[in-house]
Design a protein around this ligand. Sequence first.
Ligand code: HGY
Ligand code: MN
Ligand code: MN
Ligand code: MN
Length: 418
Amino acid sequence: MADFAVLDPVTERVRQDFAALAEIRDPDTDGWTRTVFSEPYRASRDWVRRRMADAGLTVHADGAGNLVGVLPGRDPAAPALVTGSHTDTVAAGGRFDGVVGVLGSLEVVRQLAEHDLRLDRDLLVIDFLGEESNDYGLSCLGSRSLAGELTAEHLDRRDLHGVSLAERYRGFGLDPSEVLASAGRFARRGLHRYVELHIEQGPVLEDRGVSIGVVTAIAAIRRLVASFAGRPDHAGTRPMGDRADALVAAAEAVLAVRQEGCGAPVHGVATTSRIESEPGSPNVVPGLARMYAEMRSVDDGWLTEAQRRLAAEIGHRAADHGVTVDLTWSSDNERVSASPDVHEVIGRAADAVGVSWEPVPSGATHDAVHLARLCPMGMIFVPSRGGRSHCPDEWTDPADIAIGIRVHAATLLELDRL
Ligand code: HGY
Ligand code: MN
Ligand code: MN
Ligand code: MN
């Protein structure tokens, strides 16, 4: 590892890229909003596509809506190296989540050319479609498709306005049948290793004063929709002791979700993101309510047990209020481990660059979860200021991004020889 060139990013050029992409967002919301299928997202991908070409990549959009930039290697028949991330955001999100992996990889490509370093293998730099979770409860649309995990059932899902996911693809110029067909084509290409550069989105690296996180595993995500049915009544006349208030049962379920997360002995979290009630009139005791939550952990055992405990607790509390509850669980992704050989190369690359690094689990999900089904994968984390992400305050210092790019370059050069 010690003999390869350690490339030094041109931070001003990288900074300009981040500034240019950050200009493309929904002007009417706080922070950065480029949600999948939106007009700002469409515009941002045109920009990314041009920057990929400027960097010397041969660019095409695959059937699943991913932007794929190819840097030909000396041996086109060899299984390819794959990297990339995403440039869509959550609503009112930040400007580094995903973007670091796409723009950082473009800087690596430019550096390889400027140092006359030719890889043996083709390098695919991919801006995956729609990594963030969306109205269909599905994250990682593009990478999920390539892994063959996006199904016809998913395409039939409808959002709150009754619009199917298939129609959203069509509105974005994509043919849903092509989306489903993209899996086989990509896998047949022959894939060697996948590595993704990403912000940590948590506080660990900053708290420990460490420059690089080498991801050990990516947490499983279980999602819950709890539907409560009580009895609507006149709010002014129904005695407090004789109500079946669906919203009170849902509110107690919110506290039960938090209690589970706070009780996790290992990395485990639980979050309620939304609660609704009907009819929502001030003078009617809510007869119906719904609560949306998720639980995550890299420890499948804890997650399964926590799910079971939570279901029982929500049921008991609802029954205490004379309310019935229906729980619908779904899995956004299973826990996935990084491959030991990629993990080891990233650690040695950080050593060669001369920066500190530590193994860290990822509570956030990433496209790497789905690429892991296609080839061995690893992830490189750079610190998030204050551990904040998915908000306008999301920030990673340019100097930290430059370190991440150097480790990313060193890792790719070494994986190319693996
Ligand atoms: O939800 C996540 O963890 C990711 O940021 N989409
Ligand atoms: Mn991300
Ligand atoms: Mn995200
Ligand atoms: Mn992610």
